[in-house]
Design a protein around this ligand. Structure first.
Ligand SMILES: Cc1cc2nc3c(=O)[nH]c(=O)nc-3n(C[C@H](O)[C@H](O)[C@H](O)COP(=O)(O)OP(=O)(O)OC[C@H]3O[C@@H](n4cnc5c(N)ncnc54)[C@H](O)[C@@H]3O)c2cc1C
Length: 388
């Protein structure tokens, strides 16, 4: 039986697994990755691609732990996008340099005061009427618009670039064929004896934990019901603030091949729409857009929805974790990045941990596993079978 002994064996080829794999290879670890479906992940390829810098969280009035941890992320990503960062992402296009915040009408005094505060002044820039991008340049827009220093990435291009660089070290496997025995991973007619294992399989971490007979760390799922609409729409990258500091609606846009745009709607609409069926969710989205951007013509747009869950480490009360999470057990490191934007932080956590455990790089050995190569995941709107 053939046997392979990588320094690091990673399960899951979303942003967490791919970023960590590339950083580990760069550091000289003989790392390899097993993916059960497609490179690019489940949540990662379906994310809104916003590289948050924490402004959304600072809206609560103070810098939470989360806002502080994430503040460095846009800078790290921008360096990578400019080809001078820890990974080379210079071919990945930005869909937008900025994310915007808009208010539907009068801001509540608390939120208005916050925008004027020192905390926010360095993060958000009010946009004057003559500089407003579409669709906020319309005479019917009477709210306020703020520019955030948070880029929005083309997630398909991002995952493609990471997958291209990672492909020599990635394979597709069938989790049903996986057997674990005394630290060895058996897969059909070969086995792996890794120095360390990393579970970076998003929601799939739960199955992996079960396979290894582990009950902890526990995972939570926060479900979303996203809405997609496709048509002759202007590109929009913005959070809408309602009466509270929680974004009521988040819109990102993606250019479709026929010159149209897909609007991808998240925020409270997606969180509160989990209980609705797809028809009711589309009705709710139409009502939101009719109220918030009534002058934008969506009459001829085609609609669809996507049910997806954020997979994270469990927290008391099921709240969003503050940062990327790395769980440490004897059998495996267990990772949930919490946000796409946190991938660089998570990879650092893994590398720091390996060093702390005295697992040093053994060299960049290549492997040739007798398994197929994984394909690339598709964007959610490329998988829609029936637009409504
Ligand atoms: C709708 C939505 C929008 C979001 N928008 C943003 C945003 O704008 N900005 C932001 O920073 N974050 C955003 N997030 C959060 C972000 O997408 C996630 O935190 C991040 O993508 C998780 O990455 P991951 O690699 O852990 O998981 P995934 O991307 O889910 O990847 C896990 C991978 O593991 C594979 N897998 C599963 N089981 C196994 C197994 N047994 N063995 C091997 N492989 C397995 C899966 O096939 C998949 O490829 C969003 C999330 C959602 C759901």
């Amino acid at each position: 039986m053939s046997s392979f002994s990588p320094d690091l064996l990673i399960f899951g080829g979303g942003i967490a697994g791919l970023w960590t794999l590339l950083r580990a290879r760069q550091a000289g670890y003989s790392a390899l990755l097993l993916e059960s479906a497609a490179l690019g992940g489940v949540q990662s390829i379906a994310s809104q691609g916003i590289i948050h810098g924490g402004t959304k969280y600072a809206l609560k009035g103070k810098l939470s732990g989360s806002a502080q941890a994430i503040a460095d992320m846009p800078g790290i990503w921008r360096d990578c996008l400019q080809g001078r960062g820890e990974l080379d992402l210079s071919g990945v296009r930005l869909l937008s340099e900025h994310q915007y915040l808009w208010s539907s009408g009068n801001l509540t005094s608390g939120v208005a005061g916050l925008f004027a505060s020192k905390l926010m002044r360095s993060r958000v820039k009010p946009v004057e009427r003559q500089g407003m991008p579409p669709p906020f340049d319309a005479p019917d827009f009477h709210g306020s618009l703020y520019e955030l220093q948070e880029p929005v990435l083309d997630t398909a291009a991002l995952m493609q670039m990471l997958a291209d660089q990672a492909k020599p070290y990635c394979w597709q496997y069938d989790p049903a064929a996986l057997k674990v025995e005394k630290g060895r991973v058996h897969l059909g007619d070969f086995q792996l004896q890794p120095g360390r294992i990393l579970f970076a399989a998003g929601e799939g971490n739960r199955t992996l934990l079960t396979t290894w007979g582990m009950a902890k760390p526990e995972m939570q799922k926060r479900p979303l019901h996203m809405v997609m609409l496709k048509g002759r729409l202007p590109p929009v990258f913005a959070h809408c603030l309602g009466a509270s500091a929680n974004p009521r609606l988040t819109i990102t846009s993606y250019p479709a091949s026929d010159g149209e745009h897909v609007w991808y709607l998240g925020g409270q609409l997606a969180e509160q729409g989990v209980e609705r069926n797809w028809e009711a969710q589309i009705r709710a989205a139409k009502a939101e857009l009719a109220q918030l951007l009534p002058w934008v013509d969506t009459a001829s747009a085609a609609w669809a929805t996507l049910r997806i869950a954020r997979a994270e480490v469990a927290t008391p009360g099921g709240r969003r974790p503050q940062e990327s999470y790395l769980g440490i057990t004897n059998d495996a490191l267990v990772a949930w990045p919490t946000k796409l934007a946190f991938a660089p932080r998570l990879a650092n956590q893994v590398l720091t941990r390996l060093e702390k455990e005295g697992l040093y790089p053994s060299g960049n050995a290549a492997f040739d596993l007798p398994l197929p190569k994984p394909v690339l995941a598709k964007l959610p709107w490329e998988k829609v079978q029936t637009w409504n």
